[in-house]
Design a protein around this ligand. Sequence first.
Ligand SMILES: [Zn+2]
Length: 206
Amino acid sequence: MAQLYFYYSAMNAGKSTALLQSSYNYQERGMRTLVYTAEIDDRFGAGTVSSRIGLSSPALLYNAETSLYRDIASEHAAQAIHCVLVDESQFLTREQVKALSDVVDNLDIPVLCYGLRTDFRGELFTGSQYLLAWADKLVELKTICHCGRKASMVLRLDSEGKPFSEGEQVVIGGNERYISVCRKHYKQAIEQGSLQAIYGAQTPLN
Ligand SMILES: [Zn+2]
């Protein structure tokens, strides 16, 4: 029986690397995968999933209008698909998460979604909300805070490197303006309006 998986984490936990490894494992056994990524993530050029350690794969793009069930069913009818992998799945709509669950339930194709759990305000992304609610398997990909605790929160930094938690739930793209921290240090950084509690006098590496 196919299942719907949600691999979630803060930023820089190696989500794309994990996706590419899983896709490769299928292909190595002669099986066909479909890889999707969000149209708004154009860090590496349109239609590519790339990991920070140098792996990459072509990808189909999705946006809020994409009919994922129709597209996947049509591809599957033309040539069997053995696994669907979705990067940046936090940007899926409620309807698209439902559509991916239909791919699992009606077409019996496993669907592996990779995404951020929360935004820089500590709020769930829509796609993550419904994946957390409806996925068969939830898997946390861990990364660590500067202090060594698990980093579960994302801090947004302004152009002067000061953290803030107001404003739009904007696209999360590169590494430069967001860092992953533990909950304790997230709260301290927001309260103090600086990264002093996390790094002390040291300069952050990124
Ligand atoms: Zn910490």
